[in-house]
Design a protein around this ligand. Structure first.
Ligand SMILES: Nc1nc2c(ncn2[C@@H]2O[C@H](COP(=O)(O)OP(=O)(O)OP(=O)(O)O)[C@@H](O)[C@H]2O)c(=O)[nH]1
Ligand SMILES: [Mg+2]
Length: 453
């Protein structure tokens, strides 16, 4: 989503570092271009002005021009200001109180219901919140309650609603459920409207009076454009929000407007939604996002995703097989699936520092090829996976049929696998101890042998 801002600013930086000398004139030009790129990305003009004023004030001083490397100094100033602009430090949820009471509000279709489930999943899997209750206090849209019920099952959360149209009463009774059960968190999903209207606000206000929420979070679609600033203002004026969750970051919206909401409401962006699935949800780390926007990469998130993609047990087992020279097609498959769990590969690549300079940001990652490779291995019997030498032409024909591929593709995969295995053997001989997983798999379908993966 940050592509528009990112591409422009990386260009400006490239030019600045390319000139050798930095003068007040070319800093001024660079500032102008950065200003334009922010406006083009839909960042609110008032926010752009205050951002540019503070960058300018710091960048134009003698200290920069006289420093050892004025170009790097300039980039650092823009980076630091961008981090400050995005909120300095990550501020997810205040995890103190139990049950933690969270109300999600926002316009229709902004992603409240999905986010309620994502948040429950996050609290359960990452924050040790054993039991979470989801309350469906949306009586406005017909299937809203069923949607939340389905999602609650997916994330293993408790669910509460009542079959009538008094949303405040449902919320109130959902809150009272804490007396009958032990809940670590209760998340309230509310109704949205196309525009902010008085009925909706009145209903939310009554809920706020009835329940001592710890967090009132505005869920906002990052594709909303300039209107988002008004939305943030109106919801905040009426209800006093404690934070924002930006959804649909995975879309191709320019995103600047969404980033401006933070300044309008003067509250942190707590999380962002990066896809429809339950686990496409990330804590909003200003430093890391600034890195992504400025093309400096985001190694921390990448490593975290790698750790999540594969269980420790799996990694140990694969490493042990690897050391023994026993690496099988099953391990190959597991590695590939671990990579897939990390998310779409082109997104991953953007987090590698300097990926654009290495020409990696435009690499066409062949997810389809990976799926075919997976289908081939899944069509083999367990014995064949352990011992691919068994695979003769008639077995090949069977596997091709089972996976909807051609026998040549199977031959190619086996060849790749044997080459990888050979290389691993020689590596494990050289540095006894092996390890280094996940990653480093040479020749996995579609992106063979590229360094760093
Ligand atoms: N790509 C993408 N889609 C999302 C994301 N979050 C939600 N969606 C999708 O957006 C649509 C609307 O999401 P909901 O969670 O139903 O939105 P809502 O705010 O509860 O909508 P109402 O209850 O009608 O006001 C659904 O199709 C979701 O799958 C996200 O981060 N990325
Ligand atoms: Mg909803």
């Amino acid at each position: 989503m940050f592509d528009v801002i990112s591409n422009k600013i990386t260009d400006v930086f490239r030019r600045i570092t390319g000139t050798g000398t930095i003068t007040e004139k070319n800093i001024e030009d660079a500032l102008k271009e950065i200003r334009m790129s922010l406006l083009e990305a839909d960042v609110n003009y008032k926010v752009v002005k205050s951002f540019m004023d503070s960058v300018k004030q710091k960048a134009m001083g003698e200290a920069v021009l006289r420093s050892v490397s004025p170009d790097q100094q300039f980039i650092k100033i823009v980076h630091d200001e961008l981090v400050a602009f995005l909120g300095d430090t990550a501020s997810p949820i205040n995890l103190g109180p139990r049950p933690l009471l969270i109300m999600l509000i926002g316009l229709q279709g902004s992603g409240k219901t999905t986010t309620a489930a994502k948040l429950a999943h996050y609290l359960k899997t990452e924050k040790d919140y054993g039991s979470v209750l989801l309350v469906a206090a949306d009586t406005y849209r017909p299937a809203a309650r069923e949607q939340l019920e389905t999602l609650s099952k997916q994330v293993n959360a408790a669910y509460y609603t009542e079959p009538h149209n008094d949303a405040v009463k449902i919320a109130q009774n959902g809150y009272n459920e804490r007396g009958n059960h032990h809940y670590d968190a209760i998340i309230f999903d509310t109704a949205g409207r196309l525009h902010i209207d008085e009925d909706m606000i009145a209903e939310l206000k009554r809920m706020k009076e009835a329940i001592p929420f710890h967090e009132i979070i505005l869920v906002a679609d990052s594709m909303l454009g300039q209107e988002s600033v008004n939305v943030a203002k109106n919801f905040n004026d009426a209800l006093g929000i404690t934070g924002l969750i930006l959804t649909k970051i995975d879309g191709d919206a320019r995103g600047g407007a969404a980033l401006s909401m933070k300044h309008t409401a003067n509250v942190p962006i707590k999380f962002m939604g990066t896809g429809e699935k339950i686990d496409r949800f990330e804590v909003f780390h200003p430093e890391r996002i600034a890195g992504r926007i400025l093309g400096m990469g985001d190694v921390v998130t990448l490593v975290e995703k790698a750790a999540r993609g594969v269980t420790e047990e799996q990694a140990k087992k694969t490493a042990a097989n690897f050391r023994k020279g026993n690496f099988t097609l099953n391990d190959f498959l597991e590695q590939m699936q671990a990579l897939k769990n990390m998310g779409p590969l082109d997104e991953m690549l953007k987090m590698i520092p300097g990926a654009d300079k290495m020409g990696l940001s435009n690499v066409n990652i062949d997810d389809k090829q990976m799926k075919r490779t997976e289908a081939i291995i899944l069509s083999m019997t367990p014995r064949e996976r352990r011992n691919p030498d068994l695979i003769d032409p008639s077995r090949k024909a069977r596997i091709a049929k089972g996976s909807g591929t051609k026998t040549e593709e199977i031959s190619r995969l086996l060849k790749q696998f044997n080459a990888a295995k050979k290389m691993m053997k020689s590596m494990s001989k050289r540095r006894h101890g092996g390890g280094g997983l996940p990653g480093g798999m040479p020749g996995i379908g579609g992106f063979g042998g590229r360094p760093g993966f």
